[in-house]
Structures are given as structure tokens and as C-alpha cells.
Design a protein around this ligand. Structure first.
Ligand SMILES: C[S@@+](CC[C@H](N)C(=O)[O-])C[C@H]1O[C@@H](n2cnc3c(N)ncnc32)[C@H](O)[C@@H]1O
Length: 253
């Protein structure tokens, strides 16, 4: 009998905890948008940390952001540059963005040696000829200028059908060197556990469509926190979801 009672109270406590999380997640969604209870919170947080650190340390002068999207890093990019030029590709596809200039990473609409820093975040996988875009970046950088670029290694297909490639750290290094850039660093962003947590949350997101959002969101929080913790304990970088490349156009070129 006592076991039945205990199970009953445990069940009530669990439901209460879940409901509490659901209410907290609705509150956070209203006040802050993205939170622990939203898909991609963990990977966006890690990506932002690495990007902001790279910009703080490496960028200055005239800056170009290729494939800026909704410019999630605009504030920090502006802080660490003299001028920021946001470039986007297709005005019909990207209706919600307002770049400074429309153009393609495959044929940048600028003269050679126009920028001190070029950044491009999560764009290279959407370029049908990525080597050509890296060559274009080399062309518009001044000698001594820097490229900061992030690209996915393990991630689901998105922005279909314009999603062509995934990159290892070695692949990014090769692309940069082939274009004449000198690699400063190539770094994985987290490892297996973060990748797994992110992919699990993506999988579960489909159940929101059938009215299970309040059930899923506390699960996102749990999965992402466990992913973050396990990644700190054992980081398996060969399964990183993303890489960041920093490369320089040599002074002598
Ligand atoms: C995943 S989004 C990333 C947006 C933004 N950089 C960010 O971090 O949120 C990929 C972006 O690449 C842009 N893109 C696709 N093809 C491109 C091309 N040929 N030249 C420049 N940008 C392109 C898309 O329009 C889209 O905004």
C-alpha cells in the first residue's frame, strides 16, 4: 500500500514539476524569445560565444558580412569595426532582411582589397561552389586582412533545396589554403553530446505541430542541459556540429 502511495506522490510531484517548467517556458518565451526551453538554444549560445570572441580578438577596420541574414551579430560587428557592410543574396528568398547590398558570395560586388575583415556565418553550406566563394573572400581582403567563418559539420538539411555541403575542420583548412589564405585556427564548436542534444531537440520539435509543445519544451531544457554537462565531462570533437575558421590573407600576397 505504501508503495502505491509513494508512486502516487512521485507522479504528482513529476506532473507539478513539468507544469512549473511549462509555465516558466511560456513566461520566458514572452519576455526573452529564445531560452533553454527552445530548440537550438544550446548551439546558438555556443556559436555566439565563439563568434563574439573571434570578433573581439581579430576584427577591425572595414568589415563585410557575407550572407548576413537578419544580422544576429550586428551589434558586436559594429562595435569592432569602422564600417560594416551587410551583404545578402536573394531579395525574393530573404524578404525579412534588409542588407546594405544584394549580391552573391560567388561574385562579390566589390573591388579587390576593399575590406580588413570578412565574416560569414553558416553560409558556406549554401554555396554551390564553396571554393569559389573563399577565393572571392581572398580577393576582397587587404593583405593582412582576416576571415572569420563558421560552417556546419553535422546538421540537418535546411533552407532546401539550397543546402549543398557539410565541412570538416580539415576541409575548411584546405579550402582556405587553396585560396591563398593562411590559417590562423580551425576549432570545433563543442562535441558529440552537444550535437546529439541539438539533433534530438530537432527531432522532437515535430510533435509541437500536433499540440504537444508544452510537453516538448521541458524536454528540450532537460536534453540541452544534459548535453552541455556531458560535453564538459567528455568532449568528442570528431562529432562537433560546427567549426569556426580564422584565416588571414598573407601580407606578401
Ligand atoms: C543559415 S543562413 C545564415 C544567416 C546569418 N549569417 C546568420 O548567422 O544568422 C544562410 C544565409 O546564406 C545566404 N546565402 C545563400 N546563398 C548565398 C550566396 N550565394 N551568397 C551570399 N549569401 C548566400 C542566405 O540568403 C541566408 O541568409
Amino acid at each position: 500500500m505504501w508503495l502505491l502511495k509513494l508512486s502516487f506522490f512521485a507522479l504528482i510531484a513529476l506532473v507539478g514539476l513539468w507544469l512549473g517548467c511549462a509555465i516558466l517556458c511560456i513566461f520566458l518565451a514572452r519576455t526573452r524569445g529564445a531560452s533553454l526551453f527552445t530548440v537550438n538554444w544550446l548551439v546558438n549560445r555556443i556559436h555566439r560565444r565563439h563568434v563574439e570572441e573571434a570578433i573581439r580578438v581579430h576584427s577591425d577596420g572595414r568589415m563585410l558580412d557575407i550572407g548576413c541574414g537578419v544580422s544576429p551579430f550586428a551589434t558586436v560587428l559594429q562595435t569592432y569595426s569602422d564600417t560594416l557592410t551587410n551583404l545578402e543574396f536573394d531579395r525574393h528568398r530573404s524578404v525579412a532582411v534588409s542588407p546594405d547590398i544584394w549580391g552573391s558570395g560567388l561574385a562579390l560586388p566589390f573591388r579587390g582589397k576593399s575590406f580588413d575583415t570578412v565574416v560569414s556565418f553558416q553560409v558556406l553550406e549554401h554555396i554551390p561552389r564553396p571554393a569559389k566563394m573563399v577565393e572571392e573572400i581572398w580577393r576582397v581582403l587587404v593583405p593582412g586582412g582576416l576571415l572569420i567563418l563558421t560552417a556546419p559539420h553535422i546538421w540537418g538539411i535546411h533552407e532546401e533545396p539550397n543546402d549543398y555541403f557539410r565541412f570538416t575542420g580539415y576541409g575548411l583548412r584546405q579550402l582556405a589554403e587553396d585560396a591563398g589564405l593562411k590559417v590562423v585556427s580551425v576549432q570545433p564548436l563543442a562535441g558529440y553530446w552537444v550535437t546529439t542534444a541539438a539533433r534530438h531537440c530537432h527531432y522532437l520539435q515535430q510533435f509541437e505541430k500536433i499540440g504537444l509543445a508544452l510537453l516538448m519544451r521541458p524536454l528540450y531544457a532537460l536534453i540541452q542541459l544534459v548535453g552541455l554537462l556531458l560535453d564538459r565531462i567528455h568532449r568528442v570533437e570528431s562529432d562537433a556540429w560546427n567549426f569556426i575558421l580564422i584565416a588571414e590573407r598573407p601580407q606578401s600576397s
